[in-house]
Design a protein around this ligand. Structure first.
Ligand SMILES: [Zn+2]
Length: 456
């Protein structure tokens, strides 16, 4: 009895060892193909040439049709558009802010309207400025100290976090909620120091919010150097004023689409594994890292799998979601459709952290499932991914996860440079390194391949 058991467990070990070698070889092939073929990188270049892809814009539709036409050449089973109605906001003519001190010296500040902001009244507005570090600081001021002024939130980016995303997360509330807090005190506009990690003058936009029943006041982000200039001038002259003009406008919701590529499973076609990024970007850059990279990671990963002649057991989708930046309508539409069709997703993976070197995945699922995915790590080449951390996923796959509990994973990359570029005019194709991008694509392919082979 004992001998038989020992024999079987030895056989199992040998077989799984052989299986591991095969998996390791397949994953190595993905990396070789990605690094020599550079397909994701070449696609990303084409995507970036189309222009910025803010939801509702003509260029976003151009990008949607371009990506669908690329999918049609890839040998997938199908590629299709999933209709989504998206919010439509436009910046209009570039915003302008002129700071003037009591001696009549004036300085042009570099700024971008925060996404969704209202414009200034015809002819612009002028006001004195009150500087605070946080919404909490503002809340402690008396309304008469703020009324009729421009609130200026100037919290510095905390450089001490090894993961700059934590510092971004700590400060981004002034972008998302600053105009609400300022309007509550009677301010006429809200300015923030850009939530970015670099020391330059490129402003970083991003989405902001208003509260129904409260005045919507213009909201904009200053470049870090402009924020410091404003701080220095205010220290010398608290009566300095800013002339602000912004021309943003809201329009009716616009027709748009998620773009979906699919390879059907041979054994369990009803079990779906979905991966994706968001095709929309802010309107002031290529959105190369955010999130052209994640889109091309996903599309490229599916292509790598097909290139190896893999016939997946389960159905694999690559989804380019629309409207992550200012509405999440694409992610919601995908989840609604999955629910309506009673689809069963076994995993959802998002790449939305930039086209930098992959480091690991964050995963929101039970500990059992996370342990299973952890056991895959040894199959990846050294210096690629080395951990599966607890928590994480993505904004676009969040609605699916919340609707039916689909386990979700988010690709984690080396994030040191992301918040230098994120939502700023500097997020352009030239800042993407082809090896770093392709390592991410191959990592996504490897993870999808293993989830397909072994389920979850
Ligand atoms: Zn993004």
């Amino acid at each position: 009895m004992r001998t038989t058991l020992l024999f079987f467990s030895m056989m199992l070990a040998i077989m799984s060892h052989g299986q591991n070698d095969q998996d390791r070889l397949m994953i190595k092939n993905f990396f070789d193909d990605a690094l020599t073929g550079k397909q994701s990188y070449l696609w990303l270049e084409d995507l970036c040439e189309i222009g910025p892809r803010l939801s509702g814009s003509k260029t976003s539709l151009d990008a949607i049709h371009w990506v669908k036409s690329v999918m049609d050449t890839c040998g997938f089973d199908t590629a299709y558009l999933q209709p989504v109605l998206v919010p439509h906001w436009e910046r209009g003519a570039r915003e302008k802010a002129t700071l003037t001190d009591r001696n009549g010296n004036s300085y042009e500040l570099s700024l971008l309207a925060i996404g969704g902001s209202v414009g200034t009244p015809e002819g612009g507005l002028r006001g004195q400025v009150i500087e605070v570090q946080s919404i909490d600081d503002l809340d402690h001021l008396k309304a008469e100290e703020v009324k009729g002024k421009i609130v200026f939130y100037n919290p510095p980016f905390d450089q001490r976090n090894i993961s700059p995303g934590s510092s971004y997360g700590a400060n981004v509330i002034v972008r998302s909620r600053g105009a609400i807090a300022a309007a509550k005190k009677g301010a006429i506009a809200s300015l923030i120091r850009s939530v970015g990690s670099s020391y330059d003058d490129a402003p970083h936009t991003g989405t902001g919010n208003y509260l129904e029943g409260l005045d919507s006041i213009p909201a904009a982000a200053l470049g870090v150097q402009s924020a410091e200039k404003l701080h220095d001038i205010l220290a010398l002259d608290p009566t300095a004023t800013i002339d602000l003009s912004m021309h943003c406008q809201w329009f009716d919701d616009a027709p748009s689409y998620n773009v979906i590529a699919e390879v059907r499973g041979a054994e369990f076609p009803d079990e779906i594994i979905v991966m994706g990024g968001h095709l929309d970007s802010w309107d002031i850059s290529d959105g190369a890292h955010d999130d052209g990279a994640g889109c091309m990671h996903s599309l490229g990963a599916l292509k790598l799998i097909v290139n190896q002649g893999v016939k997946p057991k389960r159905t694999i989708r690559a989804v380019m979601f629309i409207n992550e930046e200012n509405g999440t309508r694409g992610g919601i539409a995908y989840a609604d459709s999955a629910l309506a069709k009673n689809e069963k997703h076994i995993a959802a993976i998002e790449s939305d952290a930039g086209g930098f070197s992959p480091r690991g995945f964050g995963m929101t699922a039970s500990d059992d499932k996370r342990s299973k995915v952890e056991s895959f790590l040894s199959l990846f080449p050294r210096n690629t991914i080395s951990y599966i951390s607890r928590g994480g996923g993505g904004v676009d796959i969040g609605p699916l996860h919340r609707a039916d509990g689909t386990p979700m994973l988010g690709l984690i990359v080396d994030g040191q440079k992301m918040f230098d570029l994120h939502h700023s005019p500097n997020d352009v194709f030239e800042t993407v390194h082809f090896r770093e991008l392709e390592l991410g694509t191959a990592t996504m392919a490897g993870m999808i391949y293993l989830l397909d082979q072994y389920g979850l």
